[in-house]
Structure formats: structure tokens, C-alpha cells
Write a protein that binds this ligand. Structure first.
Ligand SMILES: [Zn+2]
Length: 219
């Protein structure tokens, strides 16, 4: 993937994500107390906009990032379908449905016309080659995009949740700025009867085996 070679445009086309349900699969930790805790340390993942270089520690005034998916199935893929044949799902793993209530201008990178108009690579979200080469280039694009005035977030194709024919399928949203108002509208443990069937089917379809444990290495 090519890195940004020019200054970002002054503006970019956006839509308002507020009102949309975003699913987040997560595990509580000292730095992730709630489903809406923005991560301050980084860069770690694909579209983190933290400064380049070694991963920073928790910085109270640093950039913050949050990822959600358009469906529970995509969230399960993003969290667990990352190369391991078997994954551990513990009693603390949960899925939250989150809704943003304040305006959240979002660049729709899942739309080819937007990618062309803004000038970002066609595969910015779903290039699995970054698993080998690292996320330095996609993170450079994240900083480039997050620096555009009036852009708080981006929507993009999931690299993890593909259709059977390897076509694009799942959709994610990355937030680069915390919404003024957002709320959790539902939360379940992944092992709850209400959602476990969906989790199991998603993992089955991805060819990933699971073990259910009362605790895991992150507990
Ligand atoms: Zn655990």
C-alpha cells in the first residue's frame, strides 16, 4: 500500500453516523472500563492515529481511538478471527450495542467514489497484507484523515469479515474523536444464551474453533 504523499485535502465528504448502532466486542481491562472507553495508548491497530513510532503508554492528553462494527458477526470476526486456529472466549468477553447521539461526521471509505475523491488507497481498510508488513502505512493514512477539519470518524470494509468468495462484506467504523453524547443500548456476555449462537455460527463460518472458559489470560 502506498503511503500518503501529499497534504490532506481541506475537506472531505462525510455523513453523520449518529443514530447508527455500532457493535463492540470487548473484554474489560484496567484501561477499558466500559464499552465506550476510547483507547489512548498506541499506535497498535490498523487506523490508529497516535504519533508514529513505539507504542505510547496511556497518555491522558493523547489521541484517542475506538472501533465498532455494523454487526455482531463482524465484531466477532474482528476480535477473534486473526490467524489462530482456536480462540478462548471467557465469561468476561461481551458485546455492547452503542449508539452515538451527537453529530459524528464520518468519511465513508467503504464507498469507492469517496476513496477516489479523497485520494486514499482502494484497500485502506481491508488489505490483509498489513498483517505481514505491520500497520505503519495504514496508521499514516489514519493520521492524514483524522487531521482533516470536520472529520471525526471513518467507515471502512473489514479485512477480517469477508464473504465466502473473499469479497468485501463486513463494515467497521473507527472514531478518532469521542462523541459528545453516546450510550450503550444493550450489553451481553458473549456466552449468554441470547447471543452465543450468533458467536458460534460466526466462528464456525470462519473456520475457527473455540474453547469457553470461566477466565482467560486477560482476566
Ligand atoms: Zn477473560
Amino acid at each position: 500500500m502506498r503511503p500518503p504523499s501529499s497534504a490532506a485535502p481541506a475537506t472531505a465528504p462525510t455523513f453523520d453516523t449518529s443514530g447508527t448502532v455500532l457493535f463492540r466486542v470487548w473484554h474489560p481491562s484496567p484501561h477499558t472500563a466500559t464499552s465506550r472507553t476510547m483507547r489512548r495508548y498506541g499506535p497498535l491497530y490498523r487506523l490508529d492515529h497516535h504519533p508514529p513510532g513505539p507504542t505510547t503508554t496511556h497518555a491522558p492528553d493523547g489521541p484517542t481511538v475506538w472501533y465498532g462494527s455494523a454487526s455482531l458477526e463482524t465484531g466477532v470476526h474482528e476480535t477473534f478471527v486473526r490467524g489462530a486456529d482456536t480462540v478462548t472466549i471467557c465469561a468476561a468477553h461481551r458485546v455492547s450495542a452503542v449508539v452515538i447521539d451527537s453529530p459524528c461526521p464520518t468519511v465513508p471509505l467503504d464507498a469507492a467514489a469517496t476513496r477516489q475523491r479523497v485520494g486514499v488507497p482502494d484497500d485502506i481498510g481491508d488489505d490483509l497484507g498489513v498483517d505481514v508488513d505491520g500497520y505503519a502505512t495504514t496508521q499514516a493514512w489514519a493520521r492524514w484523515l483524522a487531521g482533516i477539519t470536520g472529520v471525526d470518524a471513518a467507515r471502512y470494509w473489514s479485512a477480517r469479515h469477508r464473504a465466502r468468495t473473499d469479497r468485501r462484506h463486513g463494515i467497521n467504523t473507527v472514531l478518532w474523536r469521542e462523541p459528545g453524547e453516546w450510550r450503550e443500548v444493550a450489553r451481553h456476555r458473549l456466552t449468554d444464551d441470547a447471543v452465543w449462537a450468533y458467536v458460534a455460527v460466526a466462528l464456525d463460518r470462519a473456520g475457527v474453533a473455540w474453547e469457553r472458559m470461566p477466565r482467560c489470560g486477560r482476566c
